[in-house]
Design a protein around this ligand. Structure first.
Ligand code: ADP
Ligand code: MG
Length: 471
């Protein structure tokens, strides 16, 4: 059908135009009276609609009859995904558009239903798929000291996009610490609170690829215009803009337009804007207009909460000591923390074995590079000082204040239990006390544990901390 349409069109339009606008079209399928054609870009589609819609309509009707219909499919990721063309169905004539979930370029145009199938009304508000993963929400994003500022700024941005002083909001931090999660949470929250806002999440790599495709098709303006229609633009991992000069030019134009029209920008980066290499200074200076907030590795307590939240979401349970063990030992990033949890669950179900500390130790051996650290007297001293909030130097001096004496005795007791040092060496680490003092301290601790419940709890808790540190 398409071939005979083409032969008609060929006779009508100028050769050059035919080559430019019709040869690149690929027929995709024909079902009943609906012909689907694939066009290389959004711009292409609009051009065809503007200039050749009547011609297309007439020829198609001649071939297929009065109620023939034409649907477009826009080739989106041009060069990169040839084998898996990511396409968007465009119902050009008021038929419902079916957006493909896997599409990479969210150019979905939902035109209102119209009587005449070959008349396309002016585009109203653009509707696009925001490319957000619904699991990344504020609700699932645990707050801790490590991310408090970024998370709260994100919340503000989501509630008042464009109308806040965090524009752009730049979230930066190391790999696996939750930048993408937070950035997407902002997008999801905007969509929840303000469904009419046009939100788009895009990685800088994808942005660059799209730019390259469009510039190949001489459609850079089209690309820029598309982005300039967005209300909340989220660009992930802007460090990949590194030296992509022309993409940065396009982004600069987009940034300025959006910022001036009170639209919101959210950016993430693995480095603070001041350390971003290969990004144009004029962009970096604009990044500083808003707020740059960093994300760090969550502390131990927050890690426990993250693990517990994940398990609760998945309806899982495991002994608290195992959760603590994982949280204590994985201190690289949150992605590894989750990875450890998943490995443990997998091992437990593969081996039909309940999750316990033993299994956790086995599994985490692959995660923790330097397993079974040698614990030192000094480490224990610092842990005890931390725990009782006692100054380190007081612990070593001859202070006779009761809390300090007790802290000192407990430290000796733990040093005896967890290190291979002799009583003499331990004594020397406490400002040159002799071994009888150490023996006396250990005995005192044992006695007090039998008689004083609070004291016992303190010692046991410390013991657990040291134990974890030693694994
Ligand atoms: P980044 O983009 O910084 O490399 P991600 O956002 O991909 O990191 O986070 C890695 C994983 O850790 C994701 O599964 C994310 O859900 C999880 N994560 C990170 N921070 C938190 C947090 N504060 N609360 C809950 N989950 C988190
Ligand atoms: Mg990320």
């Amino acid at each position: 059908v398409w071939a005979s349409c083409l032969s008609i069109i060929k006779d009508i339009v100028e050769w050059q135009h035919y080559k430019t606008w019709f040869e690149p079209i690929k027929p995709v399928s024909i079902k009943e009276k609906v012909l689907i054609i694939q066009v290389p870009s959004q711009f292409f589609y609009e051009y065809l609609e503007e200039h050749y819609v009547n011609l297309l309509a007439k020829t198609l009707k001649r071939e297929l009859g009065k109620d023939a219909r034409l649907e477009y499919r826009i080739m989106v990721d041009g060069g990169n995904n040839r084998n898996k063309p990511v396409t968007v169905d465009v119902a050009a004539h008021g038929y419902k558009s079916q957006s493909n979930n896997e599409m990479n370029f969210p150019l979905v145009i939902n035109t209102p239903v119209v009587k005449n199938p070959f008349v396309i009304p002016g585009l109203k508000k653009m509707q696009i798929d925001p490319q957000l993963n619904p699991i990344y929400t504020f609700e699932t994003y645990v707050e801790g000291d490590s991310n408090r500022v970024a998370r709260r700024a994100g919340k503000t941005v989501a509630e008042k996009p464009g109308a806040n002083s965090f524009n752009p909001l730049v979230i930066y931090g190391g790999v696996g610490l939750g930048k993408t999660h937070l950035a997407q949470a902002i997008g999801n929250e905007v969509k929840r609170l303000l469904p009419n806002k046009v939100v788009l999440y895009v990685s800088s790599e994808k942005f660059i690829n799209q730019f390259v495709d469009h510039s190949r098709n001489n459609a850079v303006n089209d690309f820029i215009h598309f982005y300039q229609m967005i209300d909340v633009l989220i660009i992930d991992d802007v460090q990949f803009f590194n030296r992509a000069e022309r993409s940065q030019d396009a982004f600069f134009a987009i940034f300025n337009h959006l910022h001036q029209s009170g639209k919101q920008l959210v950016l993430t980066s693995d480095k603070s804007p001041k350390d971003l290499e290969g990004v144009q200074e004029r962009l970096l200076s604009r990044f500083r207009w808003g707020l740059s907030a960093d994300i760090q590795m969550p502390d131990y307590e927050t890690r426990i909460e993250i693990l517990e939240r994940k398990m609760k979401n998945d309806g899982l349970e495991m002994p608290k000591e195992v959760v603590k063990y994982i949280a204590y030992n994985i201190n690289s990033n949150v992605r590894e923390l989750e990875g450890a949890l998943i490995s443990l669950l997998a091992q437990s179900s593969l081996n039909r074995r309940d999750i316990d500390l033993d299994l956790a130790k086995k599994v985490l051996r692959n995660f923790v590079k330097s397993s079974s650290k040698e614990i030192t007297i000094d480490t224990i001293q610092r842990m005890v000082c931390d725990y009782f909030e006692v100054p380190y130097d007081k612990l070593l001096q001859k202070t006779r204040k009761r809390e300090i004496v007790q802290a000192r005795q407990i430290t000796m007791y733990l040093a005896k239990a967890f290190t291979k040092n002799s009583l003499k060496t331990i004594g020397e680490h406490f400002g040159g006390r002799d071994h009888t003092t150490v023996i006396h301290s250990c005995q005192t601790v044992k006695d007090l544990m039998d008689t004083d419940g609070v004291f016992r709890d303190n010692v046991l808790e410390l013991q657990q901390k040291v134990q974890l540190a030693a694994m």
